[in-house]
Design a protein around this ligand. Structure first.
Ligand code: C2E
Ligand code: CA
Ligand code: CA
Ligand code: CA
Length: 279
């Protein structure tokens, strides 16, 4: 038994150092990707739940790795956060979204807001409002055309800092959405104090909608409280017409999900913008 234990330990040790090496390789690759600008944004439409009118496009980053191909954010965002590279990546995402809006504007495309995911780590520098405003000004884009999505769990950390950063963004005219709502522990009154404009309900809840009657209870409760507090509600991850019908009956404001469209490259997003009504 003893030798077995020893063997296990060695196995564990070597797989640990392999994992460490893989992580360092990945970190180096990510660093290089930033220098070589290997990131591209895809856009997923968010539409009115009642009319299907296009309301916004969510910008979702992808890493175009020269060998691995298109790498999804799940595979690199947390590493970017742990290594601090998220700050540069955040700037890249913002600059690319602003440049895209400017390009659409120059082409005479009727614009809708682009909503940008912001990591809580980007809030620690204390000037996110300024950097957003500067980027928007550089591209001559109205602040009403940019929204920020920040996860519920990110907002309950260092309350004061987050509140200051959020109000700085708000002062610059940027709309604020709570992402993945229902997965954290914030209260709606907390969110109202932070003057959030809307809630995006995590897709885990949307997935429960047509499955069980209890699935609706959560939505119904959130919807009535959010509306009473002046916040709009978006359902994420809508995949079926049945889910849409239930959400309509619950007076959900907006929906997003594969039922409407997957995230698509900018050229395809432009086609959706010109269609305007997506159902
Ligand atoms: P998120 O902000 O919750 O984005 C929604 C994710 O759900 C996207 O995955 C989207 O492709 C996926 N999705 C949309 N509709 C459906 C649906 O109907 N069914 C299912 N199963 N999935 C759906 P994606 O693009 O892989 O992004 C994953 C996460 O990575 C995002 O989750 C966000 O947290 C993060 N992320 C993406 N882009 C950025 C970024 O630019 N900055 C930061 N900090 N995080 C980002
Ligand atoms: Ca999001
Ligand atoms: Ca989300
Ligand atoms: Ca409000």
């Amino acid at each position: 038994a003893k030798s077995e234990g020893k063997g296990k330990f060695h196995f564990y040790e070597s797989s640990l150092s392999e994992a460490l090496k893989a992580r360092l390789d990945m970190e180096r690759a990510l660093q290089q990707a930033i220098v070589q600008d290997q990131f591209v944004l895809h856009y997923q439409p968010r539409v009115s739940a009642t009319t299907g009118e296009l309301r916004a496009l969510e910008a979702l980053v992808r890493w175009q790795h020269p060998e691995l191909g298109m790498v999804p954010p799940m595979a690199f965002i947390s590493l970017a956060e742990e290594t601090g590279l998220i700050l540069k990546l955040g700037e890249i995402v913002l600059a690319q979204a602003c440049a895209q809006l400017a390009e659409w504007k120059a082409a005479g495309i009727p614009l809708v807001p682009v909503s940008i995911n912001v990591s809580p780590y980007q809030f620690n520098r204390g000037n996110i409002g300024e950097s957003f405003a500067a980027c928007l000004a550089r591209h001559d884009i109205d602040p009403s055309l940019v929204e920020i999505e920040i996860t519920e769990s990110a907002m309950i950390g260092e309350q004061d800092d987050v509140a200051t950063e959020l109000s700085s963004l708000r002062e610059h005219g940027i709309q604020l959405l709570v992402d993945d709502f229902g997965t954290g522990y914030s209260s709606l009154s907390q969110l109202q104090r932070l003057d959030m404009d809307g809630l995006k309900i995590d897709r885990a809840f949307t997935g429960q909608l047509s499955k069980s009657p209890e699935g609706e209870v959560f939505f119904r409760a959130i919807m009535s409280m959010a509306h009473a507090l002046g916040m709009s509600v978006v359902a994420e991850g809508v995949e079926t017409e049945e889910q849409l019908r239930v959400l309509q009956s619950l007076s959900c404001d907006e929906i997003q999900g594969y039922f409407i469209s997957r995230p698509v490259p900018a050229a395809e997003a432009q086609v959706l913008m010109q269609r305007r009504y997506l159902f």
